[in-house]
Design a protein around this ligand. Structure first.
Ligand code: TXA
Ligand code: MG
Length: 325
């Protein structure tokens, strides 16, 4: 059931969390499916509802620095600087976990992924529940993440007692995940905080190389995938004219040569990468539900939020074509 975030609904939501149940709630990035991060049975419900492989660790959401400090063993100097600059906000830090976090939340890892979400409804829920909330994106495993309450309801509505509606998500792609377990810090997933801003603050940040083990399922080659076949092309002009009528085209910014397609979705008419990121998942869902044989997508500029957009598009393309590697 979808509910506006009234005081009454927030009270019910907090009661559900405290009682070991799940609640879907808005964050600035995407909607999360939350449970008490200190309650192993409650966290198990998340895996059950998402049909998520249990080796996949969850992000823990704290209401502020004090609560975050209960979840990690310590907050080293770079983590403090990052937290001071980007929390609340779309940056998740991976750090050694404290004992209050059960193994199921971290999939047995000695580390925990933690962030403070920048959304009044999420913060109010955490505050009222009085506990950190573990939450993955509120979508079936592997599918496009939800950026509205309706997206959550379409796919998981019957299995979730309450969906708090906070409107469309402002950022629209998931948080940036940064591991601070080693030196230098390592980017595990590009997201709402651009890599350039991290480097400006803490200096060197290592990228996950192609040979690296997938540490995060967001890093699995197939993820964020629509059901329809999605193919990346350098430009609209690369799609043969005879295929266009039966195809949809997804563009980060307008292209005057995008002619003859069944539909063209432009993520930002003024070519703004933030606006494009915010529109990405809803557009993928619309095209996935449309009368097209396939979807073509032109990647954004590989900078700023463009990295997160392109990362999701690449994984969506791999996920929609043939068997997993
Ligand atoms: O923006 C977001 O981060 C959203 C909202 C709801 O906060 N959440 C989200 O969660 O995207 P999820 O579960 O879809 O992605 C979490 C990612 C996973 O790929 C997971 O493997 C990784 O975080 N992760 C969690 N704990 C980790 C750890 N200890 N080490 C490495 N990666 C970790
Ligand atoms: Mg996800």
């Amino acid at each position: 059931m979808i509910a506006a975030p009234t005081a009454d609904a927030l009270r019910r939501a907090a009661d559900l969390i405290r009682g070991g149940d799940v609640v879907a709630f808005p964050t600035e990035t995407v909607y999360g499916l939350g449970a008490d991060a200190t309650n192993a049975t409650a966290a198990a419900r998340i895996f059950e509802i998402k049909a998520r492989p249990s080796f996949d660790p969850l992000i823990v959401h704290a209401g502020g620095l004090d609560m975050a400090l209960r979840v990690v063993r310590s907050l080293p100097a770079p983590a403090r600087r990052l937290a001071a600059r980007f929390w609340p906000g779309p940056l998740t830090l991976v750090l050694p976990k404290s004992d209050i976090v059960p193994d199921i939340v971290t999939a047995g890892l000695p580390s925990v992924a933690i962030r403070v979400p920048d959304h009044p409804v999420a913060l109010e829920l955490i505050e009222r529940a009085g506990t950190p909330i573990a939450a993955p994106s509120a979508n079936p495993f592997g599918y496009v993440s939800p950026t509205t309450a309706a997206h959550v309801a379409e796919q998981l509505g019957e299995r979730i007692p309450l969906i708090l509606d906070g409107g469309p998500c402002r950022v629209g792609v998931e948080s940036t995940i940064l591991s601070l377990l080693g030196e230098p810090a390592q980017l595990l997933r590009p997201g709402g905080v651009p890599l350039e801003e991290l480097r400006a603050l803490i200096g060197e940040v290592k990228l996950a190389g192609p040979g690296d083990q997938p540490l995060a399922p967001g890093q699995l080659p197939r993820h964020y995938a629509p059901r329809r076949r999605l193919t990346l092309v350098d430009a609209a002009a690369a799609v043969p004219a005879r295929e266009r009528a039966a195809a949809a085209l997804l563009l980060a910014s307008p292209d005057p040569r995008a002619l003859g397609f069944g539909r063209v979705e432009v993520l930002s008419a003024r070519g703004d990468l933030r606006e494009a990121a915010a529109a990405l998942f809803a557009a993928l869902r619309r095209l996935d539900g449309g009368p097209f044989e396939r979807i073509y997508a032109v990647p954004a500029e590989e900078a700023g939020l463009g990295r997160a957009i392109n990362d999701r598009l690449r994984r969506a393309a791999r996920g929609s074509e043939g068997p997993a590697e």
